[in-house]
Design a protein around this ligand. Structure first.
Ligand code: ZN
Length: 159
């Protein structure tokens, strides 16, 4: 692998680890889910606000290794404005990349996410890089009323 490129990728990962983007709780989120990677001790909570069928806003909090934190940070910048179907597609490609099933040229189509290409050389780190995506999918599938528990949905209010 090109070592200059590796270095650039490392810098991006370290930058996102040090200054994670969208790193805050989200009061009034439509969805949220917690993720935990016991192999490394990485934890994250992902918050979503939907805009129709697409993700209007996304944020996270958590703690863990540099890979997991940077991966969650970069993920939040990559999924805004995307539908669950689009996210499924991106995650499929991301997973192929971090498990070494993708060529460098193909990884190039993943934009910023390609900085995790090197993870394929460290199988123990694949879960660190994937935790964000598992948690995002769990959040999308959670159809409940997470934060605003006040709103009754059973129709007894007579409204
Ligand atoms: Zn980790």
């Amino acid at each position: 692998m090109n070592s200059e490129l590796n270095q650039l990728y490392q810098e991006v990962i370290l930058d996102h680890n040090k200054q994670p983007r969208n790193f805050h709780e989200m009061p009034g989120a439509d969805h949220h889910a917690e993720g935990f990677n016991p192999l490394c001790g990485d934890r994250c909570t992902v918050y979503l606000k939907m805009d129709g069928h697409k993700i209007g806003d996304v944020s996270f909090v958590g703690s863990g290794c540099a890979i997991s934190k940077a991966s969650t940070s970069i993920m939040t910048t990559a999924v805004k404005g995307k539908s669950p179907e689009e996210i499924e597609g991106i995650y499929g490609k991301f997973h192929d990349m971090v498990t070494g099933k993708m060529s460098k040229a193909e990884a190039g189509t993943l934009g910023k996410l390609q900085v995790f290409m090197g993870v394929s050389e460290f199988p123990a780190r694949v879960k660190c890089a994937s935790l964000a995506w598992h948690t995002l999918k769990a959040a999308l599938e959670n159809s409940g009323e997470p934060v605003t528990t006040e709103e009754a949905k059973d129709g007894t209010s007579g409204a």
